[in-house]
Structure formats: C-alpha cells, structure tokens
Design a protein around this ligand. Structure first.
Ligand SMILES: Nc1ncnc2c1ncn2[C@@H]1O[C@H](COP(=O)(O)OP(=O)(O)O)[C@@H](O)[C@H]1O
Ligand SMILES: [Mg+2]
Length: 247
C-alpha cells in the first residue's frame, strides 16, 4: 500500500468577520517534498499554516497529516504527529544560551520529556544537538545568550530548534524575513539540505522569488484566500498571470 502524503488539505474555508481569509483551499504535500507558498500580504498564507498546526480551526474542510485527520486536535497533539513549525521568536529564554535552546527542543522530541526527574541531555540528544549546532554554523555562538546574537543566527536557531523536534513535516512562515539578502542564501541552503538529508517534508512561505526558484520542488500561488496556481517553480514563476497579480 502506498504511504499517505505528508499533508492533505481539502476544501478548507475560514472567515474572520466579513473577511474570507481562506476560500476552498485544497493542497497536497508529498512525503519529502519542499513546497513554497507565495502571495501578497493578506492572501491567507499564515491562516492556512495556523490551521495545519491546530492554532486555528477551519469552518469547513479536512486536513490529514500522514493520513490522520487533525481538524479539532490541539496544537500539542498535532506536534506529536510529527508537525513542527519554526518558532517566530526563538529567544524563549533570552538570557539562556544558544545550546540550551537546542537541548530543550531536542529533549522535547523524546519520550518522557514531561517527567521532571529525567535529565535534559541524554547522550543521544547531546549528540544531535552538537550535530545541529555544527550544521547550522552555530557552534561558535553555542555559549552566547540568545538575546545578543545576530538576526541571521537567530533565524538559523529557529529552524534548528524546529528540526531538533524530529518532525516529519515542518511549516515555516517566512523563514528568511528580517534576514539580509547576503545571509538568506546560506540559511536556506543549510535548511533545505537538512530537510532533504532527513527526508522531512516542508512548506515555506517566501517573498523572495530567487529563493523560491532555487529551493522549492513546487510552488503554490495564493490570491485573496484561494490557490491561484500550483506547479513547478519554472512554470509558475514564468506564468504571465502570476507575474501580473503576484510578483
Ligand atoms: N486573527 C485574525 N482576526 C481577524 N482577521 C484576521 C486574523 N488573521 C488574519 N486575518 C485576516 O485574514 C486575511 C489573511 O491573513 P493572513 O493569513 O495573515 O495572510 P498572509 O499570511 O497571506 O499575509 C487578512 O485579511 C487578515 O487581515
Ligand atoms: Mg503571513
């Protein structure tokens, strides 16, 4: 039997007051696929991701993660199914250092995390943390308080923490926002390399079309709450109507 896709959304709807933020959205992400979402501000991209992680509940429609229906589940239950989202502000404890944040995320991925008598850094998780630090070039900053590190490093820590949770599907809402164009490429190269090495499926919302063209397997274009186009980056980004409405 063929494995279920990483994510299936079918006919999703959600309004806020009079605003139809998401209108009849259906989208599938295959296992191991990296899908980019593009579209102007207010198009409904974040609302969609928030429904996939359980922070918002669709009025209508279905969402399945690896075949398991998640509408109505709490965010923590959805996280346990292997869905991670990058933390918008990774400095949970601004005075704590970079490596502590990764230790915390890595420990959270393991059984028994909620047992207060269990040590935070098991040998396995300690090894993973060191690997992630090296992979995201954060090793030099390991002992620095998160409060003082540069924005680019903070974004790297953000995605490293999401990966430390050992997800099957990762949802990244504008992972390169606030990062200089010089740092963007490095961040996305490391991120996508890590996703592919681990076979993690991903959706990322992105405004930089060079990043989209370079790193996405497919692109979904959103206009006013609905999906306007889905296809390969080459096809979608050269589409005259996409250029007119979105780019
Ligand atoms: N919590 C909310 N309450 C009311 N309106 C919201 C809320 N979240 C989003 N919206 C509205 O829904 C629409 C889609 O927003 P959003 O999903 O944030 O778009 P995007 O992420 O594509 O910029 C916008 O019109 C926005 O103002
Ligand atoms: Mg948004």
């Amino acid at each position: 039997m063929k494995a279920a896709p990483a994510l299936e959304a079918e006919h999703l709807f959600l309004s806020f007051g009079g605003v139809q933020a998401v209108r009849d959205v259906s989208l599938t992400v295959a296992t191991g696929e990296v899908l980019a979402i593009i579209g102007q501000n207010g198009a409904g991209k974040s609302t969609f991701l928030n429904m996939c992680t359980g922070y918002l509940r669709p009025e209508r429609g279905a969402i399945r993660i690896a075949g398991c229906s998640i509408v109505g589940l709490k965010p923590r239950a959805i996280a346990r199914l292997g869905v991670a989202r990058a933390f918008q502000h990774p400095q949970i404890f601004p005075q704590r250092c970079v490596i502590d944040h990764l230790r915390f995320a890595s420990a959270a991925a393991r059984p028994g995390f909620w047992n207060p008598f269990r040590p935070l850094n098991s040998p396995q998780s300690a090894q993973d943390v060191l690997q992630l630090l090296a992979f995201f070039a954060l090793d030099k900053l390991a002992d620095q308080p998160v409060r003082g590190i540069p924005e680019g490093a903070r974004k790297l820590l953000d995605v490293a923490m999401a990966l430390a949770l050992e997800p099957k599907l990762i949802l990244l809402d504008e992972p390169t926002s606030g990062v200089s164009s010089a740092e963007k490429l490095g961040l996305m190269t490391r991120l996508v390399h890590a996703l592919r090495a681990r076979g993690v499926s991903a959706i990322f919302v992105e405004h930089d079309m060079d990043v989209v063209a370079r790193f996405a397997d497919r692109v979904a274009v959103w206009v006013e709450g609905a999906i306007f186009r889905v296809g390969s980056p080459e096809d979608v980004l050269s589409d005259p109507e996409v250029k007119e409405h979105v780019l």
